[in-house]
Design a protein around this ligand. Sequence first.
Ligand SMILES: Cc1cc2nc3c(=O)[nH]c(=O)nc-3n(C[C@H](O)[C@H](O)[C@H](O)COP(=O)(O)OP(=O)(O)OC[C@H]3O[C@@H](n4cnc5c(N)ncnc54)[C@H](O)[C@@H]3O)c2cc1C
Length: 268
Amino acid sequence: MAFNIIVCAKQVPDTNVIKINPKTGTLIRDGVPSILNNDDANALEQALQIKDKFDDVKVTVITMGPPQANDLLFECIAKGADEGILVSDRAVGGSDTWATSNTLEAAIRRWVKDNGDYNLIFTGRQAIDGDTAQVGPQLAEKLGIPQVSYVEEFEIDEDRKTVTVKRQLEDGYELIEVALPCLLTTIKELNTPRYMTVAGIYGNKEMKTWNAKDIEVDLTKVGLEASPTNVFRSFTPAPKQPGVKIEGDTENAQAKNLLIKLKGKHVI
Ligand SMILES: Cc1cc2nc3c(=O)[nH]c(=O)nc-3n(C[C@H](O)[C@H](O)[C@H](O)COP(=O)(O)OP(=O)(O)OC[C@H]3O[C@@H](n4cnc5c(N)ncnc54)[C@H](O)[C@@H]3O)c2cc1C
C-alpha cells in the first residue's frame, strides 16, 4: 500500500497587492492575483521531499474554494503532487475556520473511503489572508490524530512509523517525536519550495472536483450561516511613530535627558 500524504492548501489573494477599502474596511479583492498560500508551499515541498526519498509515496492536495482554486491544484501538480481535489460548493461558501475545518474533515474522510488510510497530513501554519492559524489544529482535533504546529525541521524515520520535528517557539524550540498518522503545520523556515517543472505542467495527473454531497458533509456545519465567527471590521493599523534616540555622553546624562523628555510629556 502506498504511503499517503495529504496536503491542505488554500488559494489566497496576493497580500503584497491587496488593499483595504478605507470606507468599508473590507478587502479590495478585485483584480488581485491569487497565489498558493506561502506556508502551504512549504507544506507541499515537505511532502514532495518525502516522495523524492521513498518509492511508493502518493501526495494528494485538497483545497476548498471557488472554481478558480483549480489553478492552485494545477500548480501543485506541476510541482510534483500526484492528485488534486477541489471541494467547491455554494453550501460551503462563506465558511469561517470552524466550518472550513468541518469541510476539510469531510473531504479527507471521503478520500479515505476511496483510497485507504493516510499516513501524514500537512497544512500551512496560517493563511496570509485569514491569518488565524486555526484550520490545521482544528482539523487534527476533528480527525482525532496528534498534531504539531510551527514545524521548522522535519525528519522521517526509515520505517516511516514516526517523525521527529523541531517546533518553533517564541523563545526557543521543541524537538518532538510523533507517531504516524499525524498532522503537522509548517512554516517558511522548513524548506525552500521548488518551482513547477515542464514535465509536471504537461503531465497527466488527476484533478477532481467534489461538491458538498460528494463529501457527505453535514450542511448544518458549513457555510456562512453555520459559521460562529463574524468579521466585525478590518483595518490597516496606523504606522508606528519613529522612535526617539536619547542623547548623552554618559549613562547618567542619558537618564537625565530621558527624565526631561518624560516630564515634558507630563508622564512623570
Ligand atoms: C463569516 C466569515 C465568512 C467568510 N467567508 C469567506 C469566503 O467566502 N471565502 C474565503 O475565502 N474566506 C472566507 N472567510 C475566511 C475564512 O474563514 C478563512 O479564510 C478560512 O476559514 C481559513 O481560515 P484562515 O484563512 O485563517 O486559515 P488558517 O487557519 O490561517 O490556515 C491554516 C492552514 O489551513 C489550511 N487551509 C485553510 N483554509 C483552507 C482551504 N480553504 N482549503 C484548504 N486548506 C485550507 C491551509 O493549509 C492553511 O495554511 C470567512 C470568514 C468568516 C468569519
